[in-house]
Design a protein around this ligand. Structure first.
Ligand SMILES: [Zn+2]
Length: 349
């Protein structure tokens, strides 16, 4: 057995299908456990062909209306981001806002932490996933990194940072305009804490670093490993957090504050390719997070980026976050991570 346990449990059962004259049908369900957090996900091959029915198809006309109607009052559009958005006091951020290429960082009116800036990525009000270009993303992450290092100097208790994105309404975005949000806190929020606690426990039990061992195993197995692009290892998740999860792990650094401009550019190139892939798979809406921990290297934590796709945008859509995700904190797998990795390798080729 390798260093990392990729546990899965299979169960079989029979149902009598009313759409097939109540003929007996043998079903198999596979439950997978994330090797770090223990989070479960479930795969039923019968659902494989039902992904289209579950996620719907994007309604282009409805989307056009949403984009058009929301553009008129958008405070992130064009010069508005520089003029109409909330500012930080000069003592925290001289000038109140920060510009980096097209990106503009400013204070969130509805903050979830003392340091919760919004980072508008583009002057354009709407982008298709494939239009999130590497420079747009890299400038956004660079603004986040500069802000993070500034506030690190002002407050030594700040250690846990995430850079997050909800894209479009089904992903929880209240505004259409492409933007990210960074949270910097003295306490890690739940999932972030589970990643860090898992890394610490692994180190205490094994005496080695989880992410180093994990990458070694994934590269050797070559089932979910996609590619190394610059300093980042890209792969699909054995037990995904959401649909079509793809992640990137930095080769050594755990703190966004120490990631170089070049590494951010390479991460952005990868994200841009993944966004092109998910658009090609028929998705529009997504969430992503980049997790960082100051001093994370002491427990072998690595900067980790995760992206998942969400429900497509159409009228009367079903929410993809139901009891399984919300109350049981499990996820349903439609496309096997091993199959997604095959498509992703082509996207990076
Ligand atoms: Zn806008």
């Amino acid at each position: 057995m390798g260093k990392i346990a990729f546990e899965k449990f299979e169960s079989s059962f029979t149902i009598l299908n009313p759409f097939n004259d109540f003929a007996p049908e043998l079903h198999t369900v596979e439950v997978r456990k994330d090797p770090l957090t223990g989070d479960t996900s479930v795969y039923n091959p019968y659902l494989r062909d039902k992904a289209k029915a579950f996620f719907g198809q994007n309604d282009e006309e409805l989307l056009r209306k949403l984009v058009e109607e929301s553009a008129g009052s958008c405070i992130f559009c064009g010069e508005n981001a520089h003029q109409k958005t909330a500012r930080y006091p000069d003592s925290l951020l001289p000038g109140g806002r920060m510009e980096q290429g097209e990106a503009v960082l400013f204070a969130n009116l509805f903050s979830l932490a003392p340091h919760h800036p919004v980072i508008v990525l583009s002057k354009a009000h709407f982008l298709r996933p494939s239009q999130f270009s590497p420079p747009l993303l890299a400038d956004g992450f660079q603004a986040a990194r500069i802000f993070l290092n500034d506030i690190y100097q002002q407050d030594v208790t700040l250690a846990f940072a995430t850079v997050n994105c909800n894209y479009l309404l089904p992903a929880g975005a209240s505004l259409v305009h492409p933007h990210m949000q960074m949270l910097v806190t003295p306490v890690p929020y739940s999932y972030h804490a589970r990643l860090l606690n898992g890394s610490t426990e692994y180190l205490l039990q094994r005496g080695t670093y989880y992410f180093a061992d994990f990458l070694e195993e994934e590269m050797r197995a070559n089932e979910r490993y996609i590619v190394k692009h610059g300093a980042w290892h890209w792969l699909t998740a054995f037990s995904p957090l959401g649909s079509n999860e793809i992640m990137a792990i930095h080769e050594e650094e755990g703190d966004l504050g120490k990631i170089t401009v070049r590494d951010l550019r390479e991460l952005s190139e990868g994200i841009s390719r993944v966004l092109g892939l998910i658009e090609g798979l028929g998705h529009l809406s997504f969430n992503f997070s980049l997790y960082s921990a100051r001093g994370g290297e002491t427990i072998g934590f690595r900067c980790l980026f995760k992206i998942v796709t969400r429900q497509n945008f159409c009228a009367n859509y079903r929410n993809d976050d139901y009891f399984l995700q919300k109350m049981l904190q499990s996820e349903l797998i439609f496309t096997l991570p091993e199959d997604l990795a095959i498509d992703a390798r082509k996207a990076f080729a």
